[in-house]
Write a protein that binds this ligand. Structure first.
Ligand code: URA
Length: 275
């Protein structure tokens, strides 16, 4: 594509992938967005299957060198956020949402939390985990010794699952909604490359591992998502429903394991919380 770099949007910076300037990445993202929109509108030409779209994405993400080596992960996440913001792959969710909820925090985080889907508060604010469950998650993060801005927080679904008119609650995402949305999360994880992933609740586990089992069975143990260590723990909304100190302690023990795995020092006080 000789001369293609001249057609990049003004202000677009060449991106570095594996130490090689990849000035085509921003252009590729524009092409991908246009192709996805054409496919969603049912237009026949040019044809782009989901497999070929995935293959187009792969060179950008899969060639990233080892953790933290990329100088500007925020720049890699930005075009994905843009694609998510205009996504209409689930037309019913695109129609009902206020906005998409991409993710928040440090693009170079060592620790990444994955939840289920935005609720009403998150849909209104455009940020994951800002409602009651989110406030509890923030407390857990801070008790671990991190600030909310130091870690990264995202959901399996980027849209709030729609509810029948007049009803205020939440519903879990359907398997089809999760399958449709998961490629975005996969890209986020591949770019951030956290040292440890934490799945909050069974829906996040289903999204990440493709398996469903009881939380009692799965939590507190190390699992693996594409070679990244994955800790499974209860969703903070479970702790809001069940205030027993024993349940808080279980989540806390899971977080102590996470701190150990990341190599963070743990104080005696931290070890004894919720005992
Ligand atoms: N619950 C989730 O799983 N995610 C949010 O963002 C908020 C509540």
């Amino acid at each position: 594509m000789p001369g293609a770099s001249k057609e990049l949007p003004s202000g677009a910076k060449p991106q570095i992938v594996s130490g090689v300037p990849n000035e085509f990445s921003p252009a590729l993202d524009l092409v991908l967005t246009a192709l996805e929109q054409m496919r969603e509108r049912g237009e026949k030409l040019p044809r782009a299957s989901r497999i070929s779209l995935t293959q187009l994405h792969r060179p950008i993400v899969a060639e990233l060198p080892s953790r933290a080596a990329h100088p500007d992960k925020a720049a890699l996440l930005a075009p994905i956020r843009t694609r998510v913001a205009v996504c209409v792959k689930c037309p019913h969710l695109a129609a009902s949402r206020t906005q998409t909820v991409f993710g928040v925090g440090n693009p170079d985080a060592e620790l990444m939390f994955i939840g289920e889907a935005p609720g009403a508060d998150e849909d209104a604010r455009g940020e994951p985990f800002v409602g009651r469950a989110g406030q509890l998650l923030t407390k857990i993060i801070e008790t671990m010794g991190f600030s909310r801005a130091e870690v990264y927080i995202a959901n399996v679904l980027k849209c709030r699952p729609d509810m029948p008119q007049g009803s205020s609650g939440n519903r879990p995402p359907t398997p089809a909604e999760m399958q449709t949305c998961l490629p975005y999360l996969a890209e986020q994880i591949a770019i951030i490359q956290p040292k440890v992933l934490v799945a909050l609740g069974a829906t996040a586990v289903e999204g990440l591992l493709g398996t469903r089992s009881t939380m009692r069975e799965m939590r507190g143990k190390w699992h693996s998502h594409q070679e990244t260590p994955l800790m499974i723990t209860y969703h903070p909304s479970y702790l809001l429903r069940n205030q027993a100190p024993s349940e808080k302690r279980k989540v806390w023990e899971d977080m102590l394991q996470v701190l150990e795995r990341i190599g963070r020092p743990i104080t005696e006080k931290q070890r004894n919380y919720f005992r």
